[in-house]
Design a protein around this ligand. Structure first.
Ligand SMILES: C[S@@+](CC[C@H](N)C(=O)[O-])C[C@H]1O[C@@H](n2cnc3c(N)ncnc32)[C@H](O)[C@@H]1O
Length: 436
């Protein structure tokens, strides 16, 4: 929702308390809902931040001490939604201090990311000490300065005095924690001192916020605010209204936190529901398993009893077996003795057998020799028989030849005798012829 701005026209001249307060409330931007909420002690002053920006229409806004950013981004929101031609600077080391405590990098990262996403066209986060940042601002240039760093008296005084030359002639300074009086906070003391010299207004709610008119040329709206306490009722109405509106911002943050917590719880509840369903299913399954286990238990019990019975029987059997074993052992010992004896006899028998075998082998060897000799004799005999047969055959042939020859001889002798007779017959003739 855009902030509405009531221009600084001719101001009415309210002459009663409600009229004076209502005049201030005519800057309706104070009723806008905050866009950025985060953990902070400043939330209850967000409506007044909207109002101040509308009342002052600053060109340069500086905040010393940004931390999570609710105050700084409230100024930025007003600048953006009122369409002001302004520059905003948030200075912080984003390391923390003795009062805020030390914190991690994620605080700066979140603030930077939000600034980049929403206000980078006119807003810059300056990560440095306040003192290091101061020289980078021109004298007389800052219209709205919010001091919210370390809250010790010396620190606030130092910050105020360091930045004083930078303030314009219409500048307004806001001091947070003017209503804290413990843990070494000294803003209230510094505010008491400064309010003696300058126009101021003080809110007590939300740890207290001091408004100081520093420049000589304060706007009509700011002047009305500084002067509102001239009428106690009007001052109370202003304080109550801003306190109530501020409470709304704090409650919105609380509500958001509760919503987030509720969301987380819902998620956790859903998860728990799912887990419960899983657990129920698991329980059902477990029940089934238990039933099965019981049945198995009963079966095992029965088996156990049977086993016990068997074991008793087995023990009896075992005793009997032990007895038998003893008897067997005794018998075994006997057998073993007999066996030893037999073994000895066997060894002797084996020795005798070996000797016998040696003798038999010797006999067999001589038998083989005899057989060999026999085979040789038989071979000689067969050879001789063959020779005799051949000789017989030859002698028969000789006989036949002799017979033939004898026959031929007879024939030859016959012929010779015949011849001789013939010759004899012829011999006288030859002798007569002289033939030799
Ligand atoms: C109380 S917190 C600011 C709260 C913030 N304005 C809000 O809206 O919640 C103070 C911050 O000032 C910063 N701070 C304190 N002294 C500082 C110094 N001298 N220079 C820079 N930062 C400083 C710390 O780091 C811390 O983040």
């Amino acid at each position: 929702m855009a902030l509405s701005y009531t221009p600084e026209t001719e101001s009415p001249e309210p002459d009663d308390a409600p009229g004076r307060a209502a005049f201030l409330f005519s800057l309706r931007s104070m009723f806008a809902p905050p866009a950025f909420l985060a953990e902070s002690a400043w939330l209850e002053h967000i409506p007044f931040a909207f109002w101040t920006v509308a009342a002052l229409r600053p060109q340069t806004v500086v905040e010393l001490g940004v931390y999570n950013g609710p105050s700084y981004f409230a100024f930025c929101q007003a600048v953006a939604e009122l369409g002001l031609d302004a520059r905003c600077y948030g200075v912080d080391t984003w390391k923390g201090d003795a009062h805020a405590g030390l914190y991690g990098e994620e605080i700066h990262q979140r603030a930077q990311a939000y600034n980049d996403a929403h206000y980078s066209s006119f807003s810059r986060l300056v990560r440095s000490t306040f003192d290091e940042a101061a020289p980078h601002f021109s004298d007389g240039s800052i219209d709205l300065l919010h001091i919210d760093g370390l809250h010790a008296y010396e620190a606030v005084r130092h910050d105020f005095e360091t930045w004083l030359p930078k303030l314009s002639d219409r500048a307004v300074v806001l001091l947070h924690d003017v209503n804290v009086r413990e843990r070494g906070f000294g803003v209230f003391k510094f505010f008491e001192e400064i309010r003696r010299e300058r126009p101021t207004f003080e809110f007590s709610h939300g740890h207290g916020l001091g408004v100081v008119g520093v420049g000589a040329l304060q706007s009509e709206w700011m002047t009305r605010l500084y002067e509102i306490d001239r009428d106690a009722d009007a001052g109370r109405a202003v304080r109550e209204t801003f306190a109530r509106l501020g409470r709304g911002c704090a409650e919105a943050f609380e509500a958001r936190r509760w919503e987030e917590a509720a969301h987380k719880l819902r998620r956790a509840l859903d998860e728990s529901g799912a887990q419960l369903r899983e657990a129920s299913a698991a329980r059902e399954a477990a029940r089934g398993e238990i039933e099965a286990a019981r049945a198995e238990g009963r079966r095992l019990g029965a088996a156990l009893e049977a086993s016990a019975r068997e074991a008793a029987a087995a023990r009896t059997t075992q005793a009997a077996l032990a007895e038998r074993a003893e008897a067997t052992e005794a018998a075994f010992q006997k057998v073993r003795a007999a066996l030893s004896e037999t073994e000895r006899e066997a060894i002797a028998a084996k020795a005798a057998a070996e000797a016998l075998e040696t003798r038999v082998l010797a006999r067999l060897a001589s038998l083989d020799e005899l057989r060999a000799r026999l085979r040789e004799a038989e071979a000689r005999r067969d050879a001789m028989a063959d020779a005799a047969a051949e000789a017989g055959a030859q002698s028969e042939t000789r006989v036949e030849e002799i017979v033939t020859l004898t026959k031929l001889l007879g024939e030859a002798e016959t012929k010779a005798a015949a011849t001789r007779r013939e010759l004899d017959a012829k011999k006288p003739v030859e002798a007569e012829c002289g033939t030799p």
